[in-house]
Design a protein around this ligand. Structure first.
Ligand SMILES: Cc1cc2nc3c(=O)[nH]c(=O)nc-3n(C[C@H](O)[C@H](O)[C@H](O)COP(=O)(O)O)c2cc1C
Length: 348
């Protein structure tokens, strides 16, 4: 089973909470995580693209580095690990992104791939005048299809005359090209249309891990169904929070503490529920929000042995290629996982 890390390109990682570790993103932080990840044999790192945060007292995701330039920096200081940067399609033309990928492919000696973000959060794009219009919601995967076809043409042949509905190339050129003739494409759309797109054009697909193994197995199955239709080999990776402690109770107490600090204002902004009362009694709401504060991403919480066992259960899912981890504290979490969980994993 492959293991990866969703590195914190934005402040506070993936917990919308005032009681989880509070930090700003920096190159030094992500470099330290990348170095530990290589030391302990993780297979890949992914950074997201996020262009506008949710505010609130924790200023959630109001601070984000840029994905490709961060990965270019990490490419220069690592030597084995696979690196993925994310592109928000409405923000950049495909030949530019193809060239950015060729450049990082060169820096990393062939360890680079692209996460395709078709674009779903309109405010990230309207703020800079690049939202294509509301028609885009329905046609974003058609747009993504042309986008990836152009990049692949440029990578494999160095030239494109692609004429489509959204893009027109006119003897467009690219050189140098990636060493292996192409770079891997990963996608993370959760809709059927998104998965279908990945089955047609992607190499790996991220699915949001479920609390129960059966849920993750069902999503894996859904992706593999699309892949069977297209006849392509597409590897599903499941995304999970991994919170360890010396005992199950200690790990669970950490999680509960983070949940109690949920930043309701930032969550209200994210969910667009303007009428969510962030000033009233919070106990019931926090319970209701217990997964929202962690973005509804599944969690693996427990002692080192119990985390290893839960990961081994996931590894037994037919077709699942790996797990991408989110830690509360990424430096301590990567270190702790590498030292105390990695050696217990039967699936490794
Ligand atoms: C692992 C993972 C990484 C993602 N990375 C990004 C990202 O970098 N930027 C972003 O705006 N959305 C990101 N998303 C959201 C998805 O790319 C996708 O846009 C979202 O699921 C909506 O698409 P859908 O309607 O097809 O499900 C990510 C989702 C997952 C599970």
């Amino acid at each position: 089973m492959d293991l990866g890390i969703f590195i914190p390109i934005g402040n506070n990682g993936w917990m919308i909470s005032a009681t989880s570790p509070q930090y700003k993103p920096s190159f030094d932080l992500n470099r330290a995580i990348a170095e530990k990840a290589e030391t302990y044999g993780f297979n890949f790192l992914l950074s997201m693209v996020k262009l506008r945060g949710f505010g609130g007292p924790t200023e959630f995701w109001d601070h984000n580095l840029e994905s490709f330039t961060l990965m270019a920096g990490l490419a220069a200081v690592t030597s084995n690990i696979q690196l993925f940067a994310s592109v928000a399609l409405p923000t950049l033309p495909p030949p530019i992104v193809a060239r950015m990928a060729s450049t990082i492919d060169d820096i990393s000696n062939g360890r680079f791939g692209i996460n395709i973000v078709s674009g779903w959060n309109q405010s990230e794009y309207t703020q800079m005048g690049v939202w294509p219009g509301d028609w885009y919601y329905d046609r974003r995967y058609g747009y993504a299809t042309e986008y990836v076809q152009i990049m692949r043409e440029l990578w494999t042949t160095g030239q494109s005359d692609f004429k489509g509905e959204f893009f027109t190339m006119d003897d467009c050129r690219l050189s140098p090209r990636p060493k292996a003739g192409s770079v891997p494409i990963v996608c993370a759309g959760q809709s059927d249309r998104g998965m279908r797109f990945c089955a047609e054009y992607g190499d790996f697909q991220f699915i949001i891990g479920s609390e129960d193994v059966a849920g993750t197995a069902a999503d894996t199955e859904r992706l593999l169904g699309h892949a069977a239709d297209t006849g392509r080999d597409v590897g599903p990776y499941a995304l999970y929070f991994v919170i360890t402690g010396e005992t199950d109770a200690e790990a669970q107490a950490k999680w509960d503490h983070y949940r109690e600090g949920a930043d309701l204002e930032a969550i209200a902004f994210m969910t667009g529920q303007a009428n969510l009362d962030v000033s009233g009694s919070t106990a019931a709401k926090i319970t209701e929000l217990q997964n929202i504060f962690a973005l509804n991403i599944g969690k693996i919480v427990g002692s080192h042995a119990s985390v290893a066992q839960q990961l081994d259960e996931l590894a037994a899912i037919n077709g699942l290629k790996g797990v991408m981890c989110i830690f509360d504290d990424f430096i301590a979490g990567t270190e702790d996982f590498g030292q105390k969980v990695m050696p217990l994993l039967r699936s490794r």
